[in-house]
Design a protein around this ligand. Structure first.
Ligand SMILES: [Zn+2]
Length: 245
């Protein structure tokens, strides 16, 4: 929220809340429309009640807002990240009111790190990096005092059929990056993502899911051959400490 909001804005009663480019780019719900925040607060309260977890993942990835006349008027003269940060803080208040700690995807803070200084420090940043790992944005979030989760992928948009060598290297590199940053106690752990499972054979991913479990539980190299197809075999050079908490 406000990203990937077509499930809401495709309903006739909420169509006027649509923002972002239709047919290209990413869709969103307009953060500046007066009906948006009350609706999102209602959804957050309802979802928070259903799940016992202390955490609430609010999404907020791949947001494309700012072009509608209402948003343009509101953010005139502000940096491009301002609107996103304002909306994030409003959602954070709603999540806190529901008694949860908020997680968001970190692609927007990776892209516009200037906004980090304006965000609440109890926010948890989930850095999703599905190809080569870029440690610096993760380190920057840690230096700024945020807790982080690292999110590699069993597969992502370009992958088909089964996990490949690049997916395993991505998982290993993320685990190694998290382990190096874990000393300050702000690394909550690793969440592996299974991206677009309809592009692969479901059961072909299960050994890689087991590999993830071995990788995050064991503080030493994992024998990849036990968990993968021959093309991905080899020993992992990475390991990660068990997640705190
Ligand atoms: Zn708007």
């Amino acid at each position: 929220m406000p990203d990937h909001a077509r499930a809401i804005t495709s309903l006739p009663q909420y169509a006027e809340l649509a923002d972002g480019g239709e047919g290209h780019g990413f869709n969103a719900i307009c953060p500046s429309h007066p009906r948006t925040l009350p609706l999102l607060k209602e959804i957050i309260a309802e979802v928070a009640e259903l799940f016992p977890s202390r955490y609430f993942h609010a999404g907020m990835d791949e947001v494309n807002v700012g072009d509608c006349p209402r948003c343009r008027r509101r953010s005139r003269g502000r940096p491009r990240w301002w609107l996103y940060a304002q909306h994030l803080k409003a959602i954070h208040q709603a999540v806190a009111a529901a008694g949860k700690e908020m997680i968001v995807w970190a692609d927007h803070v990776e892209h516009d790190p200037a906004m980090l200084k304006s965000l609440p420090r109890d926010l948890i940043l989930a850095h999703w990096q599905y190809r080569a790992i870029r440690p610096e944005p993760i380190r920057r979030s840690l230096r700024a005092g945020f807790r982080v989760i690292g999110c590699p992928a069993l597969c992502h948009s370009g992958d088909m059929i089964m996990p490949n060598r690049a997916n395993f290297e991505n998982m290993d590199a993320m685990a190694a990056t998290l382990r190096r940053g874990a000393r300050g106690g702000k690394v909550l752990g690793l969440v592996n993502t299974w991206w677009a499972p309809w592009r692969g054979l479901r059961d072909a991913y299960l050994p890689a899911a087991a590999y993830t479990a071995a990788m995050v539980r064991q503080a030493g190299p994992v024998r990849r051959g036990l968990h993968s197809w021959p093309a991905c075999a080899g020993n992992s050079s990475a390991s990660v400490a068990p997640p705190a908490g």
